[in-house]
Design a protein. Sequence first.
Length: 347
Amino acid sequence: MTASQRPEPADPGGRNSTDADPIRVSFRRYAGVRTRVLEVGPQPVEPADRAPRRVLGKRATARGHAKPTAPRLVLLHGYCDSADTWRPVLELLAAAGVPAVAVDLPGFGDAQPLRPGPMLPQLDAFAAAVIKEQAVLGTVVLAGNSLGGTMSLRAAENHRLPVAGVVSIAAPGFVDSWLIRTVARYPLPLRMYSALPLPIPGFVVRAVAEQVVPRLLYANATAADAEQVRRFTSLFPDYRSTTSRLEQARQLVEELTDAYRLEEIRVPLLVVVCGKDKLVSAASGRQLHALVPHSRLMVREDWGHCPQLDDPIEISELLTYFSASASRPSKIAARVAAEVSEDTVAG
């Protein structure tokens, strides 16, 4: 085979660069927040009398257009991340025929910003709206990384939500790392950085972020994907945005001190512990497992804080097997079909 005949290299999802992207991108509104949605799997059947891209609701269900089918994965990202963190996994799920959606949480990616005030209640309302929308189409299994893990656990605590199972990956708030404890204490060096009278030039901020981000998110910084690193560093374009994110992180860590009611979790729970996680310690995941007696624990010493970036193949297989085992024929989706909120209509 000559160079001109050689096929384009395949990405982690097994898709050649010349193939059509299996990930559908749309914008929708959940709990009053317009956001971006990445989706794979069969297209939902739309009733003829509704506009394209509208979410299936009571009318569609009553006419038999939206019978729940296969389990549906809802993927939630972490702090300062976006739905794009799940792209490698989504491509693999698409190839396997597994329905899944990933959304930009409020305040991140292409979602509208968070409002002033406590963050977790806003994120709860948003996640609940996503879950209710997806439950019309099938049994919902949540998978969350970092802050997304927190949101998945909190959703599982709410018995009004149709959640069939949860995969929690590096959820914070149990036994946290020195870095998270440092942010919570807001020590003198951080206060001095935020109070500098002359802002640090944007190119310096970005250069530092390019060095720090791979070390925080990946098990092996040298294996970091350049595009993913650029995506993260774009969140810190200048001094002002960096100080704003720092203050937001401090507020979030404070809210995590009273974030969980784990005794309310009754659905299957898989706790994923990452041995090379520099943000959330392995002890944190083990503590979560101990606090939820019926949970299962998976420890991978070779994964970092974002294993969906370290090892998308293993994560996609893990999610596929877990969703199949956690999902059982039930009345969950049917029960919530008539309760889909009006604000889940596509924006």
